[in-house]
Design a protein around this ligand. Structure first.
Ligand SMILES: [Zn+2]
Length: 280
């Protein structure tokens, strides 16, 4: 199954009332693990690389090319997405690498500046056939300073989508980034109001902080793309820490990193079932 565009994954998910899982890649092993987990689930998946991960690697090209190659070799449809880009230059680089979508994050700017910058990026991306996600109503936690109290207003969201031409919208509905405890409360009434008001798929960021049964409910209420990063980091690090504790003699990174990779794959399979389930 080839690399596909994000639209080819999110569009059918929206029409079918299912969630589309989007998981963050930090190292090549994450890309391999997420694809293995999606293959086990028999589900399409989105691999996403954040601007923070690009900063860690020093550049997008190496990890971006590796991730696109992993997607090409997959047995399920896989798209590659640039997550939380604040620099238009990084967006252009992703287009050149074959990414199927980008999230341009101007959420820290005031409304008019956000609209102007996002509309310009969306026009560039659409000329290249690439899908654009943007954010309105800053989802907290990226800098450790925001509370999960931010909310996206449905009428403002509809106007923003019309003014920018974006293909998907990240909304603030009670979650916050980088949560390692599952205490976030998704405002399901607001999700339903946004779904009714906004013509494009809605994206949940900060999904790692959501109790697992609520992920299924959030999709049923109207969220489509579900972004998960921190939850996988917890699983990856726990597995490696356990392997190292059990094998104090180990020196070959392939031994312990493989333990982390297997743990991430298992979690991706489980999480994809949750976001693709009908709620009970
Ligand atoms: Zn995010």
């Amino acid at each position: 199954m080839p690399l596909v565009t994000t639209a080819e994954i999110v569009g059918p998910a929206l029409r079918g009332g299912l969630g589309a899982g989007a998981f963050n890649v930090i190292q090549i092993e994450h890309a391999q693990a997420i694809v293995a987990g999606a293959e086990a689930a028999g589900a399409p998946v989105i691999l996403q690389i954040s601007e923070n991960a690009v900063r860690y690697h020093g550049a997008l090209a190496a990890i971006g090319r590796a991730t696109v190659e992993v997607a090409h070799a997959a047995r399920v449809p896989v798209a590659v997405h640039l997550d939380h880009a604040t620099e238009p230059g990084l967006v252009r680089e992703a287009l050149g690498l074959g990414f199927g979508s980008v999230m341009f994050d101007a959420s820290a700017r005031d409304y008019d500046a956000n609209v102007a910058a996002t509309a310009a990026v969306a026009a560039d991306c659409h000329a290249a056939g690439v899908w654009v996600e943007a954010e309105l109503g800053e989802v907290g936690g990226k800098n450790g300073v925001h509370s999960p109290g931010a909310r996206t207003d449905p009428a403002e969201a509809a106007a923003y989508v019309a003014a920018t031409g974006v293909d998907a919208l990240a909304v603030a509905v009670g979650t916050s980034h980088a949560m390692v405890v599952k205490e976030a409360v998704v405002d399901l009434e607001l999700v339903a109001a946004l779904r009714a008001a906004v013509p494009v798929p809605l994206v949940l960021h900060g999904s790692s902080g959501v109790p697992e049964a609520d992920l299924t409910r959030a999709v049923a209420a109207g969220l489509t793309k579900v972004n998960i990063a921190t939850h996988l980091n917890v699983a990856y690090t726990r597995a490696i820490r356990g392997h190292l504790a059990d094998h104090p003699e180990v020196v070959d990174p392939r031994r312990y990193v493989a333990a982390g990779r297997e743990a991430v794959a298992r979690e991706v399979t489980r999480l994809l079932a949750l976001v693709r389930a009908v709620p009970r």
